[in-house]
Design a binder for this molecule. Structure first.
Ligand SMILES: NC(=O)c1ccc[n+]([C@@H]2O[C@H](COP(=O)([O-])OP(=O)(O)OC[C@H]3O[C@@H](n4cnc5c(N)ncnc54)[C@H](OP(=O)(O)O)[C@@H]3O)[C@@H](O)[C@H]2O)c1
Length: 175
């Protein structure tokens, strides 16, 4: 893997993350694919290996669990993988009246959309700065710009992603 540029994509088992993984594979990147549904990740890795010879490390992990970001970072370090592009894509949005939303799910949403995204960025960004090379793509949403009805915490979490990403963009001048 060290000969190739590598993109780490969270939430690669479905949707936007899966498509981003396909694009990186087409561009010749090796991949680190992260999500809970290991079967879907293995299916995608097999598809991309056949189509482009892509090498993938699969990490079936619940990123809403505390410590998940450290686990992911530890696994890439152990595998001697340099993460050239970090894509913080995994996220979900809870719908409904805040006062009636399931509390546990609400807190998982914050953990996934905010805490793990921040933790992964904090773990990989210093390595990128030291190498003077690397990119981070944090997936927010248009709801980051305008609070949305029945999506109080989701909207706030994406506003965090937008504000946080806009702030750390100053680091670009050091890459
Ligand atoms: N689709 C839209 O219209 C839209 C609009 C604006 C922003 N976004 C943002 O774009 C990103 C991707 O959205 P999407 O529409 O592609 O969503 P999606 O189809 O529901 O896919 C979400 C991905 O995140 C993963 N994921 C969810 N919870 C996870 C957890 N606890 N641990 C690890 N992985 C987890 C899912 O995999 P597993 O279930 O296998 O874990 C899946 O791969 C999200 O951040 C979302 O907020 C989407």
């Amino acid at each position: 893997m060290p000969d190739h540029k590598t993109a780490l994509v969270t939430g690669a088992s479905f949707g936007i993350g899966q498509e981003l993984a396909r694009i990186f594979a087409r561009e010749g990147y090796s991949l680190v694919l992260v999500a809970r549904t290991g079967d879907k990740l293995r299916q995608l890795a097999s598809e991309l290996e056949k189509a482009h010879g892509t090498r993938s490390l699969i990490l079936a992990s619940d990123l809403s669990a505390p410590g998940a970001a450290a686990y992911v970072h530890d696994q890439t370090t152990r595998a001697d993988i340099t993460v050239d592009v970090l894509v913080n894509n995994a996220g979900f949005g809870q719908l409904g009246l805040f006062a009636e939303n399931d509390l546990e799910e609400c807190l998982q949403q914050i953990q996934l959309n905010i805490t793990t995204l921040t933790h992964l960025t904090r773990l990989y960004l210093p390595e990128m700065l030291a190498r003077k090379s690397g990119r981070i793509l944090n997936v927010a949403s248009t709801i980051a710009f305008q609070p949305g009805p029945y999506q109080a915490v989701y909207g706030a979490s994406k506003a965090f992603v937008l504000s946080f990403s806009a702030t750390i963009i100053v680091c670009r001048s050091r890459l």
